[in-house]
Design a protein around this ligand. Structure first.
Ligand code: V47
Length: 385
C-alpha cells in the first residue's frame, strides 16, 4: 500500500483509531463525510478492505427478476412503480418468470434477485407459489427475494405476523433477502422521499426478525437526495447496532439516487466524489459487515472499478435485466458478462473471484455443464390483475 498522507488535521485522530482497529463514532462519521481530503478517507477505507479481503474482489452470476412494477406506495424517490392502469404497468405471469429463470440457469446463474412493486391485487400466496415454482424448476439456484418492505406488506395483506410471513417464505424456498427499501431511516427524510412506505424502525425490526428466523439479508442506503450527513451516519450506525445483535447482514450496498422520471427530478444526481465517499465511509463505519458492494449498474462500471480502491470488495453480478435504475435514467447497460466483470476487476489491480450468494467461491470446473440450447426470445405474457 502507498503511504498515508493526511492534509486535513481533523482526520488524524480518526486515522489513529482505524489503524488501531477501534470503532468509529457518530462524530467521526460526520468528519469523514465533511473532510475535503477524500484521498485520505479512501486510503483508510482501502486499508480496512485490504486487511479483510486482501486483493480479492467478488462478483456473481445472477439474474434480477422484477415480477411487477405495479405499486401502491407512490414513493417520490421511485421511477419504477406504476398504478395498475398506467402506461408501462406490467405484471409477469408466473410462466414468464419461470422462463426468465430457466434462461438464467442456462446462462450459469447461481442467484435470482427478486424485488417488485407492492401490487394491490396479488396475494401473498401468489408470491409463495412463484418461489415454490422457481425452486422446483431451478433447485440449485439461491433465491434472494423480497425486501423488508415487501415482507411488511405481505404481513398486512395476508393478515399474518412478520414471523409467520418469514416462515412461509422460507418454507416456499426463499434463501435470503435483498437489502432494498432501507433508503434513509430517519423519519424526516422518509416523509419527503417515501411517505407511505414501511418506516425505518419497521424495516429494522423486520430485518431483525428475518435474521432470527435464519434468513440472512443485505442492507442498503439511498444517498444523494434530501438527507443530511448526520442522517446518513445515523442510518449506518443503526445498521451496525443491529448487526452487533444478529450478525445477519451479509453485504452493504450504498445506492446513489437517480432522479430522472421521479417526483424529485429537480435534484441533481450525486457526483462521482459523493459515490466514492459513501463507499469509503460505509467501509469505515460498518466494522461488523464483511462486504461492501459497488453495484456497477448504479455507479457505472468505471466508477465501480475505482470504488474497489475506496473500500468496496464486490461488484455484484451479471444482472441481465434491470428496471428500477433504468426507469430512473441509468445509462449503464443491464448486463455485464462474466468475462467483462473479471476484466474490470483485473484492470483495477484486483483478483476476481466468482462467489455464490453466501460468498463461497464458485468453481465452474466442478459444476455440471450448462444446458446447451438457448430458448427463443421470451413471449410477453401479461397477467391481467
Ligand atoms: O430500495 C429506487 C432504490 C432499491 C431509485 O441486496 C432507487 O444485493 C436510485 O435494493 N434512484 C432497490 N435508487 C435495489 C436494491 C438492490 C440493488 C442491488 C443489489 C441489492 C442486494 C439490492 O433501489 C430500492 C431503492 O432504494 N431505488 N428508485 C432511484 N430513482
Amino acid at each position: 500500500m502507498s503511504e498515508l498522507t493526511i492534509t486535513d488535521q481533523r482526520l488524524k485522530p480518526i486515522a489513529a483509531k482505524v489503524l488501531a482497529g477501534e470503532r468509529l463514532n457518530m462524530d467521526d462519521g460526520i468528519a469523514l463525510y465533511r473532510s475535503p481530503d477524500l484521498l485520505a478517507v479512501g486510503w483508510l477505507a482501502n486499508y480496512v478492505r485490504e486487511k479483510r479481503h486482501g486483493n480479492i474482489t467478488y462478483f456473481n452470476v445472477n439474474r434480477h427478476i422484477n415480477p411487477t412494477n405495479v405499486c401502491v406506495a407512490h414513493c417520490k424517490l421511485c421511477a419504477f412503480g406504476r398504478d395498475p392502469d398506467a402506461p408501462g404497468a406490467y405484471t409477469f405471469a408466473l410462466e414468464e418468470i419461470y422462463q426468465r429463470a430457466e434462461q438464467g440457469v442456462r446462462e450459469g446463474a447461481t442467484e435470482f434477485h427478486i424485488v417488485g412493486g407492492l401490487h394491490p391485487d396479488l396475494s401473498f400466496d401468489h408470491y409463495l407459489e412463484l418461489v415454490r415454482g422457481l425452486k422446483q424448476r431451478c433447485p440449485t439456484v439461491h433465491i434472494k427475494a423480497f425486501t423488508m418492505v415487501e415482507v411488511h406488506y405481505f404481513s398486512r395483506i395476508a393478515k399474518l405476523s412478520i414471523e409467520e410471513v418469514l416462515e412461509k417464505m422460507k418454507a416456499a424456498g426463499v434463501d435470503s433477502c435483498p437489502g432494498g427499501g432501507a433508503e434513509i431511516f430517519h423519519p424526516r427524510v422518509r416523509k419527503i422521499i417515501c411517505d407511505h412506505k414501511t418506516s425505518g424502525q419497521m424495516w429494522l425490526n423486520t430485518a431483525k426478525k428475518a435474521h432470527e428466523a435464519g434468513l440472512r439479508s443485505n442492507a442498503t442506503m439511498l444517498y444523494g437526495h434530501v438527507e443530511t450527513e448526520e442522517e446518513r451516519v445515523d442510518h449506518l450506525i443503526k445498521l451496525r447496532e443491529l448487526q452487533d445483535e444478529t450478525h445477519g447482514f451479509v453485504t452493504f450496498i450504498p445506492l446513489a439516487f437517480h432522479p430522472d422520471n421521479t417526483a424529485l427530478s429537480h435534484i441533481p444526481k450525486p457526483t462521482g466524489y459523493a459515490d466514492l465517499r459513501n463507499i469509503a465511509v460505509a467501509r469505515l463505519l460498518l466494522d461488523n459487515f464483511d462486504h461492501i458492494k459497488a453495484y456497477w449498474i448504479m455507479l457505472s462500471p468505471s466508477m465501480a472499478q475505482i470504488a474497489l480502491r475506496f473500500g468496496a470488495n464486490d461488484l455484484d453480478g451479471t444482472v441481465v435485466e434491470e428496471k428500477i435504475y433504468h426507469d430512473a435514467g441509468a445509462k449503464t447497460s443491464e448486463f455485464t458478462p462474466r468475462a467483462e466483470l473479471e476484466r474490470l476487476i483485473r484492470a483495477a489491480g484486483r483478483t476476481p473471484v466468482e462467489r455464490d450468494t453466501q460468498y463461497r467461491p464458485v468453481d465452474r470446473s466442478k459444476m455440471p455443464p450448462l444446458p446447451p440450447a438457448p430458448r427463443p426470445d421470451l413471449v410477453s405474457l401479461t397477467l391481467n390483475v
